[in-house]
Design a binder for this molecule. Structure first.
Ligand code: SF4
Length: 660
């Protein structure tokens, strides 16, 4: 007989959330393992001594974490979910009948705290990671990713028109803050934050620069006292340092805001002419699939330790290149956590002379690729000339000297010139120059440092760092985009997206910290290094590249076997045999999906020169052909594998599980 269910809405009695929320719930673990009471101290100065009690800052930050973990993109939606979810209510410490804060209060609290409180929150999480031994600090990796802004390209308008419009709004007595918010709705579609009409003092505060406006708490009337330098510095040095520091552009202090007054020659940025009326800080960028978007650049500095802790995060407008804020982020990272990195690794964009000199002078190896200009010309390149440092001359392939003649096109370059009559009589002239005035060479004033970096390029540590770089920071961006809403910022304005990015980076670090502290199984991928970390057993085979494995499994990408096996032909110790090459099945278990796919596993045994087993490594590939090719190559190089060793070469597919 078919049953029918009558609605039963009788009031509940003697029910406690303590009984209703399962003991092993994620938020119970989170609450148990992470004490957020430290945030009260951070925000103390942003509240007045008397008056109505505010929402507990811990509740605010707990809501931010719920938003991060649940991938919620709107504060309205967050509060709707919080009201519906017993576990979230329990985590926040609210009873069933207690009214929750209004969503608009979260917006106002964010304005009250400013980006500096969010940064302190992020840094405290990193502090805790460091105390838990998750920060290695010997290697640092930098990368940046483009993230779309919450604004359409059609909102771009000529900058002068927008500035005139804002001028009119100021004239009507509103603050800059209010003007900003009139630009558009919040990311969740809620009305803009409109504080009451401001006093003249607040108006002047609002007219200060963007970063300063939000770094300072709302009630603070006195400008902050600059932090004193170390008292043992003598007065002259103190003054010189103060002068240098006040002249430089501090990216962190300015919350990623570029100095638009700095231009290069006649070049002018699009951002100087056009501004979005929806998000004035977002600038035009090229999308991956083509087309233009408004967006930002999110910069990460990541530790080289297995936990891959994010040590610094900063958002800048998209036209700010990766190499611009990197030194500020690096020095902040280094001094904030007292790290002594021995190497820094980044892609070609980071390889500017300024960055290289700054790193090398601090005894940090700059592992960055440098462009090879010699390959761009059919004539002799700079490396065909020998530099004699003692005499400050270049010696050309024909033995002639090129003497210093003048500064180059910029102060950074020195020009060396060969005599015209020597060159015109030279038999190698056709390979060297077409000029009748003699060959010229330009040398960077810091060429010694650049040369030093070029010598790194042939070393194995550099190659290893480059391989590591390709799988170190990118998966963190992938994790953020896939699971935590990093494809598009939900908030608008630079300081707000910085708050959003700092909470996201803190959340990513928290996942690793909570893994270390033990919080049971987590439903999200948390990074390559923690996958496959269980001890080996019949069911769990230790794989050589867990990071790549997890990346392939979690994001459906291909394992880059060629990266792993590139060093094979140049090994000092030969690959002697590969006794088991078997087709296996690897499964990955996510909360919401199970992925299972066949792949090739191979055990490679390396012998030392005396023929004694040195080490064994497991390799895996999703591609049959790639593996076969590699082993054919190995066979060709190192001789055939013995019959007995090849017995298990193509055994039957077996099922193994890789626990995530
Ligand atoms: S052309 Fe001049 S600089 Fe070039 S190889 Fe001949 S002598 Fe040397």
């Amino acid at each position: 007989m078919m049953g029918t269910k009558a609605r039963n809405t009788a009031p509940l009695s003697n029910i406690s959330l303590e009984d209703l929320v399962p003991q092993d719930h994620l938020y119970r673990h989170l609450d148990q393992k992470l004490d957020l009471s430290f945030v009260r101290e951070f925000v103390q100065e942003t509240y007045a001594q008397g008056g109505r009690p505010s929402i507990d800052p811990m509740v605010f930050f707990k809501l931010q974490l719920v938003m991060f973990f649940e991938g919620i993109r709107s504060e309205r939606e967050l509060m709707r979910q919080a009201a519906d979810r017993l576990s979230v209510l329990w985590y926040l410490g609210y009873n069933l009948k207690e009214p929750l804060p209004d969503h608009s209060s979260l917006t106002r609290i964010r304005i009250r705290y400013g980006v500096e409180v969010f940064r302190r929150f992020f840094e405290t999480v990193v502090d805790q990671c460091q105390q838990a031994g998750l920060v290695w600090g010997k290697e640092l990796y930098a990368d940046a990713t483009k993230v779309q802004a919450n604004a359409a390209v059609s909102s771009l308008k000529p900058r002068f028109a927008v500035e005139a419009h804002l001028e009119n709004l100021f004239a009507s007595g509103r603050t800059q803050e209010q003007t900003d918010d009139l630009d558009g709705l919040q990311g969740d579609g809620s009305p803009p934050d409109l504080p009451p009409l401001a006093s003249p003092e607040q108006t002047s505060l609002a007219e200060t620069s963007l970063g300063e406006r939000h770094v300072e708490p709302v009630e603070q009337e006195e400008p902050p006292v600059p932090r004193q330098l170390h008292p043992s510095l003598d007065v002259a040095l103190h003054e010189a340092l103060t002068k240098v520091n006040s002249a430089r552009h501090d990216w962190i202090e300015r919350v990623g805001e570029p100095n638009r007054a700095i231009t290069r020659g006649n070049y002018q940025r699009m951002a100087d002419f056009q501004v979005s009326t929806t998000d004035p800080d977002a600038t035009l960028m090229q999308g991956k699939g083509g087309g233009s978007h408004l967006g930002y650049h999110t910069h990460y500095i990541v530790d080289g330790g297995k936990a891959r802790i994010i040590l610094a995060a900063l958002v800048t407008p998209s036209e700010v290149m990766e190499n611009q804020p990197v030194l500020d982020l690096l020095w902040r990272t280094r001094f904030r956590w007292k790290l002594h990195p021995r190497q820094f690794t980044g892609d070609t964009t980071y390889g500017t002379a300024e960055n290289i000199v700054a790193l090398e002078e601090q005894q940090i190896r700059a592992y960055v690729p440098l462009p090879d200009f010699d390959k761009r010309t059919e004539f002799f390149g700079q490396r065909d000339f020998r530099y004699d440092a003692e005499q400050d001359v270049y010696i050309c392939p024909n033995g002639a000297e090129l003497h210093y003649a003048a500064s180059g096109s910029t102060e950074d370059y020195r020009l060396y010139w060969a005599k015209a009559k020597v060159c015109n009589a030279c038999p190698l002239k056709a390979q060297c120059t077409t000029s009748s005035r003699g060959r010229r060479l330009s040398r960077h004033v810091d060429e010694d440092y650049l040369e030093r970096v070029r010598t790194y390029h042939t070393t194995e540590p550099y190659k290893k760092a480059m391989r590591k770089r390709s799988v170190w920071v990118e998966p963190l961006f992938a994790e953020g985009k896939q699971w935590h809403g990093m494809r598009r910022y939900r908030l608008r304005r630079l300081w707000r997206v910085n708050c959003e990015a700092l909470i996201r980076a803190a959340g990513q670090n928290l996942k690793r910290l909570l893994k270390k502290r033990g919080w049971g199984r987590r439903p999200w991928p948390e990074g390559a290094a923690n996958a496959l970390s269980e001890p080996s057993s019949e069911e769990l085979i230790p794989l050589h590249a867990p990071s790549l494995t997890e990346k392939a499994l979690a994001y459906g990408e291909k394992v880059r076997m060629k990266d792993l096996l590139k060093p094979l032909p140049v090994l000092d110790i030969p690959l002697v045999f590969a006794p088991s090459l078997a087709r296996r099945r690897v499964s990955s278990f996510h909360e919401d999906s199970t992925d299972s796919r066949p792949l090739w596993l191979a055990r490679c045994i390396f012998l030392d020169k005396a023929g004694i087993r040195d080490r064994t490594s497991w390799y895996l590939s999703l591609s049959d052909n790639l593996f076969k090719r590699v082993f054919q190559q190995a066979e060709h190089l190192y001789g055939t594998f013995s019959e007995q060793e090849n017995k298990g070469l193509l055994s039957e597919p077996t099922s193994i599980s890789v626990k995530k």
